[in-house]
Design a protein around this ligand. Structure first.
Ligand SMILES: CC(C)(COP(=O)(O)OP(=O)(O)OC[C@H]1O[C@@H](n2cnc3c(N)ncnc32)[C@H](O)[C@@H]1OP(=O)(O)O)[C@@H](O)C(=O)NCCC(=O)NCCS
Length: 158
């Protein structure tokens, strides 16, 4: 079941952020701060976290609007617990976010990831979900580590 994230999910989400390989152990302070700011409303009304709950959190997604755009959003984070990957859960999470955004008239969803060879499976996942590689900023994260931006146009509501 995909449901809005609650403060009770915090520990499980931080575990997930590490176990999925997105953050090194001990480096979750920033994501903890972002999550807390979204849950208590200080980040603004449109910062959404959703939890995939199957007897506890097994996946998470965080999305918010891009500033100074009309209807462009960014899927800032998506992660599925390693022992639950390749079961279609990530694709269901992406579709859930897309449907929620399309229903409110959002036009475009972006998602960014690394161009490193070790992120090829993540890029394959986005391509499989219907995202096009739209741009690449060379050496963005560090020398030799590009940022790859994927884009999908969302269907118009109705
Ligand atoms: C990326 C991620 C969210 C995908 O979630 P998932 O539940 O494993 O993905 P799904 O099972 O829904 O996969 C859907 C499709 O994506 C592709 N895909 C997913 N994992 C893949 C892999 N390891 N290798 C190749 N293709 C893969 C496949 O085409 C898959 O369809 P198939 O299983 O029918 O072949 C998950 O692997 C993850 O948490 N990765 C680590 C964190 C991360 O990189 N997050 C994204 C950056 S913010």
């Amino acid at each position: 079941m995909i449901r809005p994230t609650t403060p009770d999910d915090t520990a499980a989400i931080l575990d997930l952020a590490v176990s999925s390989g997105l953050f090194p152990p001990g480096a979750t302070e920033e994501v903890a701060g972002v999550l807390a700011g979204c849950l208590d409303g200080t980040a603004g009304p449109d910062h959404h976290w959703v939890t995939d709950d199957d007897g506890g959190p097994v996946g998470v997604a965080y999305y918010a609007p891009e500033r100074m755009t009309d209807g462009t959003w960014n899927l800032y984070m998506i992660a599925v617990r390693p022992d639950r990957q390749r079961q279609g859960r990530g694709a269901v999470l992406v579709r859930h976010v897309e449907a929620a955004l399309a229903a409110r008239g959002a036009r475009i969803l972006l998602v960014e990831t690394s161009g490193l060879a070790s992120f090829e499976r993540t890029r394959a996942f986005y391509r499989n979900c219907g995202y096009d590689e739209e741009a690449r900023i060379r050496d963005f994260y560090k020398a030799g580590d590009d940022k790859v931006i994927f884009r999908k146009a969302l269907p118009a509501p109705g």
